[in-house]
Write a protein that binds this ligand. Structure first.
Ligand SMILES: Cc1cc2nc3c(=O)[nH]c(=O)nc-3n(C[C@H](O)[C@H](O)[C@H](O)COP(=O)(O)OP(=O)(O)OC[C@H]3O[C@@H](n4cnc5c(N)ncnc54)[C@H](O)[C@@H]3O)c2cc1C
Length: 450
């Protein structure tokens, strides 16, 4: 042992499998990547640290596919939504003008089942309860990864890897370059633990209060959807600020989101924010869990005492896994997509995915900045690591700026980049070339982006 380090002695570990394509991470990006890779004939394995697929959607839980636009988000995202519809797996749906598409609330049990079935039907393998803990790198290529699980420490070999860990863990283990946060100070969007959901709410009373509040303080209401059976609204800065000053509410910011279903008598609140923490630092993650639990608990007491309609409401047990992380590493690829590219709808000859969800930044200072967008291109080069030749990225960790990430982090674009990377990985294996050398036109024809 020296100062603050110990030496971990080298040891021989078993190779537990060998694959054409390994997809790291079972969130929406990994699900789409694994389905696409397996459907395109590659021997594919998806590895997930938890015992279910869905990632943030399930673990946060954040069950709302946001800004879905069927003309833009074709492919596996649309397929999943259609299957969920057939299986009664959609509980709510409404249009959100700000985000720029449909908000589709999914039933998590059905989503988990559907994702597993789609991967297995495509011929892919799944490995749950397994942490990826390292990458074996030789001559700019990852030859395999190190995994840790109840079965011990093992290695898995692959020809091509898709990093869909959200945090770019594989890329970081392999020593690739990445960026985090805003250009000026490296700060990322705040983390949020979703909820609470309150049952037995007097919805008529609550909505009457909110409609009056809106008339009196129109500048405070940022979003207002009040449809036949659903409602979704956000803001209430004055009320929150006052409650915070008086010690009745322990939130970091002055915004609460409120949504629910009128005929079912429930309302979901969301307003826990933990700024200035890193999603790749376990002490910060622990702090974020504790802070957000406290914020949620204070929201429950606050609404019961001060907000009409919640007097007799009961808090629903959500059994969530943990804090929702919006932003961590962005792996530097062969192109870095910018806000200007999105706003100007710049076209790219190697377009591999399309998206139209708004830029939605929860600033570390507590503001929410939106930029509405029309359909834009995500080039294939944003999915190719600039340092490791057999590594593709998908989902939240692709090569974009802080601002562009705030749009590509939505669920539909994560599925689209997952599908593109999975398809490209399988094509590379089939052609016996590196992902950067695949036939782009063939990829695009397969993805229907041309
Ligand atoms: C609070 C919050 C609210 C949001 N609201 C919305 C919304 O309303 N609508 C919307 O469309 N999007 C929303 N988003 C964004 C969206 O949910 C995510 O950006 C998206 O789901 C990310 O998908 P992903 O597959 O890239 O990553 P993730 O969902 O993070 O998936 C990564 C997976 O990899 C696994 N993993 C990570 N590291 C390892 C490792 N080392 N070994 C093994 N497994 C690993 C994780 O367990 C996880 O399952 C929200 C996000 C947050 C945090």
């Amino acid at each position: 042992m020296t100062n603050n380090t110990v030496t971990e002695f080298s040891r021989k570990i078993p190779i537990s499998g060998s694959y054409d394509v390994i997809v790291a991470g079972g969130g929406i990006a990994g699900i789409a990547a694994a389905i696409a890779s397996a459907r395109n004939g590659a021997k594919t394995l998806i590895i997930e640290r938890y015992g279910f697929l869905g990632g943030t959607i399930v673990s946060c839980p954040m069950p709302v596919i946001g800004g879905y636009n069927p003309e833009v988000h074709t492919g596996i995202m649309t397929e999943i939504i259609e299957l969920l519809r057939q299986r009664n797996g959609i509980s709510r749906e409404f249009h959100n003008e700000v985000i720029g598409g449909q908000m589709i609330e999914v039933r998590l049990d059905i989503l988990k089942e559907t994702a597993v079935e789609m991967i297995l039907e495509a011929g892919g393998d799944i490995l749950f309860h397994t942490w990826i803990a390292g990458a074996l790198v030789e001559n700019r290529q990852i030859t395999g990864i190190i995994i840790e699980s109840k079965s011990g420490r093992q290695a898995l070999l692959a020809k091509v890897l898709v990093d869909a860990t959200g945090d770019g863990d594989i890329a970081a283990f392999a020593g690739t370059s990445f960026e985090v946060g805003r250009k000026e100070d490296g700060k990322t969007q705040a983390m949020t633990l979703y909820g609470p959901i309150m049952d037995e709410v007097d919805i008529n009373k609550l909505l009457e209060f909110i409609r009056n509040y809106r008339k009196m303080h129109p500048e405070e209401i940022l979003e207002f959807i009040d449809e036949k059976n659903v409602f979704a609204m956000s803001g209430f800065a004055g009320m929150i600020e006052k409650a915070r000053r008086e010690g009745a509410l322990k939130l970091a910011y002055n915004t609460i989101w409120l949504n629910g279903k009128k005929d079912e008598g429930w309302a979901e609140l969301s307003g826990s924010f933990v700024p200035d923490v890193s999603g790749t630092d376990v002490k910060d993650l622990t702090k974020a869990e504790i802070d957000s639990i406290r914020q949620i608990s204070s929201m429950v007491s606050f609404v019961r005492k001060y907000v009409p309609g919640f007097e007799n409401a009961r808090r629903r047990d959500r059994g969530s896994v943990g804090i929702g992380v919006r932003e961590t590493r962005r792996i530097i690829g062969k192109y870095v997509l910018t806000q200007e590219d999105l706003v100007k709808q710049r076209t790219f000859p190697d377009v591999a995915a399309r998206n139209s969800t708004a830029i939605d930044i929860h600033t570390p200072e507590g503001k929410q900045n939106w930029v509405r967008l029309k359909s834009y291109d995500i080039p294939y080069r944003c999915l190719l690591s600039q340092d490791i030749d057999n590594l593709l990225t998908a989902g939240r960790c692709i090569s974009v700026t802080h601002e562009a990430l705030a749009s590509v982090r939505f669920i539909p674009p994560c599925a689209a980049t997952g599908e593109a990377s999975g398809t490209a990985a399988a094509l590379a294996v089939k052609m016996g070339v590196l992902p950067k050398n695949i036939d782009i036109l063939q990829l695009q024809k397969s993805l229907k982006t041309v």
